[in-house]
Write a protein that binds this ligand. Structure first.
Ligand code: MRU
Length: 376
């Protein structure tokens, strides 16, 4: 099977305004950057962040652009950019934008304080995915170290720009490695079921759960992916199904309530999902509905794998019960509320470690109870 990763757009692109190119971001976004430079709204060396707008997929492939870190918070809250590793990378980029913002006005401690305060606001944009806090804290630690060493604000801001780019590069490398590790666990000619979107769109590139899919497809091991639609926001039907079809992987879209019957029919050899946070005891927070799929997989004797970079493992969170679950708007569940009807919309659930066959990371596959071993 030929896999066409080159057909997938990049989720996050951080660049200097003068380097905007429609090779990596949509033509409209590149033109928008050029217009900003020519109207002197931004200088050609200003850092700009482009994020693929996942709210409008699959109808349109458009990048949003901004030089304003506050705008990135809105995009993260509104799911324009989503998926744990992707919001980590976008959050890091937002800290770099905040540093350039402050570098024009402040030096030393005042500059650092601006970066720290912005990083707290960015890190709070969504509470469940630990990658966001992990990335913003990594950026702040670098800023503190450079300021303490006496570097001027402009050069610290440049170092933060490079660090945000490094986070993206490392994420893609980790995903490619996760793909290799995970593909080795799958049998020849297998079909897998996945939930939500843990694909290239949810990461800097390549994906975690779908990274395993791409690697297995590339090796000729995988015949089909069943994609749960993943109510209420439909990351499965709008994003996973689109992404896989575009990359050339055979995909069948199912409603969430069809997973049991597809498994009962013997159509699924393995389940692979991503994660937003993995607690020290191996409990996994992932998109709402993951727990149900894990229970089904156990019932039908199907292995249930969680694919995630080590940045998703949180040694400071002891169990799943300690993970804060984001509660989102009722409008996502029903656009037309009925008087007298209450609606809940928890965005994630917790799958207990004992339902997980293995956690697949860039450092190998681990029994969930040994998740911390992946951190070395
Ligand atoms: O609300 P979302 O779309 O950000 O939720 C995303 C998920 O739950 C993904 O499965 C998870 O972040 C892993 S992405 C590689």
């Amino acid at each position: 099977m030929s896999i066409h990763m080159e057909r997938l757009p990049r989720t996050i692109v951080l660049f200097r305004a003068g380097e905007a190119s429609d090779q990596v971001i949509s033509r409209a976004a590149a033109q928008e950057v050029a217009a900003l430079i020519s109207s002197e709204d931004i200088g050609s060396d200003a850092p700009v962040l482009a994020c693929l707008d996942q709210r409008v997929l699959p109808d349109a492939v458009e990048h949003l652009i901004t030089a304003d870190w506050r705008c990135v918070i809105t995009w993260i809250c509104e799911l324009a950019v989503r998926g744990a590793p992707a919001i980590g990378a976008a959050g890091a980029a937002a800290v770099a934008l905040a540093a350039f913002d402050a570098a024009g006005a402040d030096e030393g401690r005042a500059f650092l304080q601006h970066v720290q305060e912005a990083a707290v606001l960015i890190g709070d944009a969504r509470p469940t995915a630990v990658n966001l806090m992990w990335a913003t804290q990594r950026m702040v630690a670098l800023a503190e170290q450079r300021v303490d060493a006496g570097e001027d604000a402009r050069s610290v801001a440049c170092a933060l720009f490079d660090e945000a780019c490094a986070i993206q590069r490392e994420d893609e490398e980790a995903n490619r490695r996760i793909g290799e590790v995970g593909a080795a666990l799958l049998p020849q000619g297998c079909a897998v079921l996945t939930h939500c979107n843990a694909g290239s769109l949810a990461t800097s590139f390549y994906g975690t759960a779908l990274g395993v899919v791409y690697a297995a497809a590339d090796q000729g091991k995988l015949v089909r992916v069943y994609a749960d639609e993943t109510r209420p926001v439909c990351q499965g039907s709008r994003l996973t199904a689109w992404e896989l079809a575009r990359a050339g992987v055979p995909v069948t879209l199912i409603c969430d309530d069809m997973a049991a019957s597809v498994m009962a029919a013997g159509e699924v050899d393995a389940v692979i999902v991503g994660a937003d946070r993995i607690a020290a005891n191996g409990d996994v927070a992932n998109k709402i509905g993951t727990l149900g799929v894990a229970v089904l997989a156990r019932h039908f004797g199907i292995p249930f794998y969680v694919a995630a970079p080590t940045s998703t493992i949180d040694p400071d969170t002891l169990t799943g019960a300690d993970i804060r679950i984001e509660q989102r708007s009722a409008c996502e569940v029903s656009a037309h509320p009925i008087e007298g009807v209450d609606i809940i919309n928890p965005a994630f659930d917790i799958t207990p470690a004992d339902l997980v066959t293995a956690i697949i990371t860039e450092r190998g596959a681990f029994a969930p109870q040994r998740a911390l071993d992946a951190l070395g």
